[in-house]
Design a protein around this ligand. Structure first.
Ligand code: ATP
Ligand code: MG
Length: 299
């Protein structure tokens, strides 16, 4: 099995590479990703929505210059959609074009060959001649049977197909699994993975991320935006704003040409960062009113 051990040489080097790919990793993100690449172990990335779990996999793929193979998980996802499926139509055609004398034995050997397989993301990642980055996104949406199926793949990087035997990985993929923590994953799965908890970033870190995504936004506005986002997160909300909302808000303010976040601007745009009726009321009452008072005392 080939593995790409040439790059990177340190977590710092990886962090710099990810930054170039447009992703600003925290220290633990850089360290765990570095270990994942070097040790060839999958990483389980958990954390709230919109904190950069999916984006991390994309950035690692860009940095390593590898193809990103993505399996988006959902309830009811099965092997046929995740692993492989037999191409029944092609098999049927093959049987029909076979002469009458060929006999079932011959045809059977033939139609259960690789040529008649439809590879799905997991198989694609395993069989790829070039090493890839495999993203198994939102694994918590699947059930425990699916997780059990993944175990063989994650520990041995191989897949068993009853009619064909074992398919072993030719190259070592970097594997990232993400979870929003909607259900507890099995211990067996966790044991095979490195673990990364991605939380909301610190104020300074988030400010850098916002400035990276909206470089034209004035720095004082960007700072105020980040401070407000952090205040809003302190409130007891159904859905606190994530980095995704901070970035959307920064872009909104840019589009509107806002030079400051005063009470009016805030009330007009707060639905970009808060998306529940009751949360809107809470935020308007707490943060909105504070801004109004600040505006009044500045005037
Ligand atoms: N460290 C970071 N550096 C740069 N951009 C980031 C970072 N973290 C998050 N982002 C940006 O935040 C947005 C949300 O990230 P992403 O979609 O990866 O979140 P997620 O954790 O996968 O969310 P979900 O659980 O909803 O799928 C993206 O636009 C991403 O570019
Ligand atoms: Mg995601």
């Amino acid at each position: 099995m080939q593995s790409d051990t040439a790059t990177p040489q340190s977590p710092q080097e990886l962090a710099a590479g990810l930054r170039q790919a447009g992703y600003l990793p925290g220290a633990s993100t850089a360290l765990v990703s570095f270990l994942a690449i070097k040790l060839g172990k999958p990483v389980l990335v958990e954390g709230p929505a919109g904190v950069g779990k999916t984006e991390l996999a994309k950035a690692i793929a860009t940095y390593l210059d590898r193809t990103l193979v993505r399996l988006q998980c959902y309830e009811g996802l099965d092997e046929a959609k995740a692993l492989y499926e037999w191409n029944y139509r092609k098999q049927l055609l093959r049987i029909q074009t076979e002469s009458q004398q060929a006999g079932w034995e011959n045809v059977q050997d033939d139609i259960f060959g690789e040529e008649f397989l439809l590879p799905r993301p997991l198989m694609t990642a395993i069989a790829s001649p070039e090493p890839v980055v495999l993203l198994i996104d939102e694994i918590d949406k699947t059930d425990q049977e699916f997780e059990a199926m993944l175990l063989e793949l994650l520990s041995d990087f191989q897949i068993s197909i009853p009619e064909l035997g074992r398919i072993e990985a030719r190259t070592q993929p970097v594997v990232l699994l993400t979870s929003n923590n909607t259900r507890e994953l099995t211990e067996a799965l966790k044991r095979r993975c490195l673990y990364l908890w991605l939380d909301y970033p610190t104020l300074e870190h988030e400010l850098q991320i916002v400035r990276l995504h909206a470089p034209e936004l004035d720095e004082t506005v960007a700072r105020k935006l980040t401070e407000i986002i952090h205040q809003v997160r302190e409130l007891d909300l159904k859905k606190p704003p994530s980095i995704a909302e901070s970035i959307d808000w920064a872009r909104t303010l840019l589009l509107l040409g806002a030079g400051d976040i005063d009470h009016t601007t805030f009330t007009e745009t707060m639905s970009v960062i808060v998306k529940h009726r009751t949360d809107l009321d809470t935020v308007a009452a707490r943060v909105g009113v504070a801004l109004q008072q600040a505006d009044a005392s500045a005037a």
